[in-house]
Structures are given as C-alpha cells and as structure tokens.
Design a protein around this ligand. Structure first.
Ligand SMILES: [Zn+2]
Length: 86
C-alpha cells in the first residue's frame, strides 16, 4: 500500500514567513504546510519552524535553498484561493 503524505495546512499571514523548515534534519521544507504526523525524513515531531525564503537563503544548504525555491514556485502556481483578487 502506498503511503500518502498528509499535511497540516498553514493559513497565509501577510508579512509573515511561510516556508516551514524541519530544524531537526534541515532537509525538508514546505510552503504554507507542515507534514503530519511527523517529518518524512527524520520522523521528528514538532520540528518545523517558519522562515522566509530570504532567511533560508541566508543560512540554508544549497539543497535546502533549491527545495525552498521549488516549494514557493509550486505553491504560488496553485489555483488562487478565495479572497485573492486580480
Ligand atoms: Zn526532519
């Protein structure tokens, strides 16, 4: 049976960081969501904290930065959520 990763979805807060990084393994990063019940890489629970992309680029590894950029791109490519207007 395939295991499908599930997530807690974190509502966007204007002006606040929306990239969630696992501080235990520093190899997982998600945009406006956190994997549950635990980190898929290190199985850590409650290890995620929010950062801006600029912050991740400041201290992250190249791999983490690349994942963060991909997460932002994928997230912003999703269909507009209710409330967003052109
Ligand atoms: Zn982890």
């Amino acid at each position: 049976m395939a295991t499908v990763q599930t997530f807690w979805h974190v509502p966007a807060n204007p002006g606040e960081a929306d990239l969630w990084v696992c501080l235990s393994c520093l190899s997982e990063v998600y945009w406006r969501k956190v994997p549950r019940p635990a980190c898929p890489s290190c199985q850590g629970v409650s290890t995620y904290e929010a950062f801006t992309l600029a912050a991740v680029q400041d201290w992250g590894t190249e791999d983490l930065i690349a994942k963060a950029r991909a997460a932002v791109d994928a997230g912003e490519a999703q269909p507009a959520q209710a409330g967003r207007s052109l």
